[in-house]
Design a protein around this ligand. Structure first.
Ligand code: ADP
Length: 163
């Protein structure tokens, strides 16, 4: 049976940390569905369409990845899709409490849906989309953290917001 994992997130924008988790997931799952949550409450810098486009560019050469979006409850989406688990990345201890709470709530709502946590490579363990947006706002180099196309779009977006 084909094992499918759903990797949900805001991906505003996708960083090397996210890509690291996607690549690691493919050691465990046959297929990884990167599912973007619109998350308007987080006031994303990029539209849903832009976030999807960037993920497609970054993952185009990785076999076994599907890029899509979902609305509503994640566990409903996971069940509708017929996937086997939710994939989440765990960085520092600070992620733990929130992720633990989410996983247990999801289990309460749908007890058959498991959450699998993967740790990124150390070099990405401090990386977040929020930090990257800060670095970009202050003109820092982005090449170590982002795919060149994502870096280009982020710099362009920040420039357009400043003018
Ligand atoms: P969300 O709004 O759901 O937290 P994010 O796009 O910030 O969306 O993150 C999606 C998932 O990717 C989360 O599980 C998050 O912990 C994980 N993640 C984000 N950045 C990294 C990173 N640098 N290393 C490992 N996991 C990460």
């Amino acid at each position: 049976m084909m094992k499918i994992g759903i990797y949900p997130g805001t991906f505003d924008p996708i960083t090397h940390g996210h890509t690291d988790i996607i690549t690691r997931s493919l050691k465990v799952f046959d297929k990884v569905v990167v599912a973007v949550a619109p998350n308007p409450a987080k006031h994303p810098l990029f539209t849903l369409t832009e976030r999807l486009e960037m993920i497609r560019v970054v993952t185009q050469e990785i076999q076994g990845v599907e890029v899509t979006h979902f609305d509503g409850l994640l566990v409903d989406y996971v069940q509708r899709y017929g996937a086997h688990a939710i994939i989440r990345g765990l960085r520092a201890i600070s992620d733990f409490e929130h992720e633990f709470q989410m996983a247990l709530i999801n289990r309460k709502i749908a007890k058959q849906v498991e959450t699998v946590f993967l740790m990124p490579s150390e070099e990405y363990s401090y990386l977040s989309s929020t930090i990257i947006k800060d670095v970009a706002t202050h003109g820092g180099a982005l090449t170590e953290f982002l795919h060149p196309e994502v870096a280009r779009r982020l710099q362009e977006r920040i420039r357009s917001l400043k003018t």
